[in-house]
Design a protein. Structure first.
Length: 132
């Protein structure tokens, strides 16, 4: 697995889709992921440190995780099928690591909140990256 950084969030007014770009932490490869505008806004808010008056979905999930004694340890983007990325949340709870299926956009929104690693499998990165 290769550690990636959130390189860019592209919000598009009046569009059904937005983009995020991930870039290798120690390398040149990068790639975009098409996501929904709500998820892009949430990622942008996390990056900018903006607060909302009431918890949004990703904030709620983070609070539930914490109240149940867990935290997000890392995010894995582990598969790509028919142009759809698949991700896993790795949650640490006491002595146990739990893996939960997730959309990459939700996983990255949570990763920006927890400032945890975003890891992409070598196979996925090889198939989509630019700059290799």
């Amino acid at each position: 697995m290769i550690e990636m950084l959130l390189a860019k969030v592209i919000l598009q007014d009046n569009a059904e889709q937005s983009l995020i770009y991930l870039r290798e932490k120690e390398g040149e490869r990068s790639f975009p992921i098409v996501i929904g505008p709500f998820e892009a806004q949430e990622i942008w808010r996390q990056v900018e440190g903006e607060k909302t008056p009431r918890p949004l979905t990703h904030q709620l999930l983070a609070t539930v995780m914490e109240r149940l004694g867990g935290y997000l340890k890392r995010v894995l983007i582990n598969d790509l099928e028919n142009k759809t990325f698949f991700a896993r949340l790795v949650i640490q709870r006491e002595d146990e690591e739990l893996e939960i299926d997730s959309r990459p956009s939700d996983a990255i929104a949570l990763a920006t909140r927890y400032r945890c690693a975003i890891l992409v499998s070598e196979e996925v990165l090889d198939s989509v990256s630019k700059g290799a």
